[in-house]
Design a protein around this ligand. Structure first.
Ligand code: HEM
Length: 411
């Protein structure tokens, strides 16, 4: 334990890093650099989300992640985002749970993301990626986010769930709805939300029923329905876990794909390097996730008084782990703001989190990104930005909303 004088004197965050404008105007880098330098753990007594602690360095974020007993993810304490969401309370799923329930449910789905299962999924994901590129216009401006990132991600999720491809628009609508969690819902939006979720529930019940008739295998819906931990859970709780898988895989993978194209425009030498040496593709995927940090933060709640980085935290305090900052920690990554596909420790990023809740879908996301990069390289084209991009003002997801581009042949 550090000196008690130090512990009692709280470091007060000089600015509110949850402020949406920092993200919509892409000026979050400097405030976080300042916090990493001056106060790796700091407290903001008042914000639109209430009081919260900010943890901004790589080592301290890991320390929080590795002590799940002191730092709870449970929805009972408010869950895993800075907002204490209405829907999260009503539909608990395993990302917002602690052991032993979290452990048991995670164990059910994890084998569906094993390397052997990824090999089974790979051809379909590659095929969808090829078909999508075949249909893209050459030399004309289009929105990369809408035409590529969104569609490929929805395709990837359809593959994961063996969801009928011809109904992909339903999957897109439900994933948009499931992500649209806001405690300030109007009654009208709330009704619409429930109507969509009800449709999704019916569809997934049908798919679960199909799997119930099959022998147990490693497909995700099959594993869920045949498992002890999830097979007989209340229908709504099961749906909440499907929503978790959809939402967990959606904006995250989408924004990595958009981040890749943006990065290749900002650092054209890196794209050239990748073209010359496609064996860099897996490392490039890690580097993009580090640099983009599609999940800006995750939240925990203290279950007891504790000490972190010389600060004294109290039971019930809200703790925000800023991945977007930890992934730019200059003590771990040299020239952290620069994209470097040869970076030898790119894999040390914590864009997927760390510890018991580390992203269960990481392999699927990595595979989809690698397939996309390979498809671009194989076609001998470059994707040129054709106007400014727009970022959303979310402090939870680092989202690129629109990005006009042109696909141009090389040479
Ligand atoms: C958890 C990031 C793709 C499903 C997480 C966490 C992060 C994250 C930061 C929380 C980790 C923690 O609290 O320590 C990402 C990123 C992705 C991605 C950056 C893409 C680049 C996916 C995909 C899926 C998925 C494709 C599935 C389709 C999940 C689930 C959890 C999770 C189910 C909860 C794990 C648990 O609580 O045990 N992800 N994710 N994610 N992710 Fe992902």
């Amino acid at each position: 334990m550090a000196d008690s004088d130090v512990l009692e004197k709280r470091a007060i965050t000089p600015f509110d890093v949850s402020e949406g404008a920092l993200y919509s105007e892409n000026r979050w880098q400097e405030p976080f650099a300042q916090l990493r330098r001056d106060m790796p753990v700091s407290f903001l007594p008042d914000s639109p989300y209430g009081p919260y602690w900010s943890v901004v360095t790589h080592d301290l974020v890991q320390q929080v992640e590795l002590d799940a007993q002191t730092y709870s993810s449970s929805y009972v304490h408010g869950g895993i985002t800075i907002t204490t969401g209405l829907v999260e309370d009503e539909f608990p799923n395993f990302i917002a749970m602690d052991a032993p329930k979290h452990t048991a449910q995670r164990k059910v789905v994890q084998p569906s993301f094993n390397p052997s299962e990824m090999l089974v999924r790979e051809p379909e994901i590659r095929q969808r990626t090829k078909e999508l590129f075949d249909a893209l216009p050459v030399g004309e401006t289009f929105d990369w986010v809408e035409e590529v990132s969104v569609k490929l991600t929805i395709g990837m999720l359809c593959t994961l769930f063996d969801f009928p491809w011809e109904q992909w628009r339903d999957m897109k609508r439900w994933s948009d709805t499931a992500s649209d969690v806001n405690p300030d819902f109007s009654e009208e939006r709330r009704q619409k939300f429930y109507a969509e979720m009800f449709q999704m529930l019916q569809k997934f019940d049908e798919l679960f029923e199909r799997e119930r008739q099959q022998e147990p295998n490693d497909k995700i819906l099959n594993r869920i329905i045949h498992s002890e931990a999830m097979g007989n859970m209340p229908q709504l709780e099961r749906l909440a876990n499907i929503a978790l898988l959809i939402v967990g895989g959606n904006d995250t993978t989408r924004n990595s794909m958009s981040g890749f194209v943006h990065a290749c425009n900002l650092f054209p030498d890196q794209f050239e390097l990748l073209r010359k040496d496609p064996s860099l593709v897996p490392n490039a995927a890690q580097e993009i996730i580090r640099w983009q940090s599609p999940v800006t933060h995750m939240r925990r709640t203290c279950t007891q008084d504790t000490e972190l980085g010389g600060q004294l935290l109290s039971k019930g305090d809200k703790v925000i782990m800023w991945y977007i900052s930890a992934n730019r920690d200059e003590n771990v990554f040299s020239n952290p703001d620069v994209v470097d596909f040869t970076r030898d420790n790119a894999r040390r990023h914590i864009g997927f989190g760390h510890g018991v809740h580390r992203c269960v879908g990481a392999r699927l996301a990595e595979m989809q990104l690698a397939i996309l990069f390979e498809e671009i390289l194989g076609r001998n084209v470059r994707i040129e930005q054709d106007g400014p991009l727009t970022y959303s003002g979310s402090c939870f997801l680092h989202e690129i909303d629109n990005m006009p581009v042109k696909m141009l042949p090389i040479g």
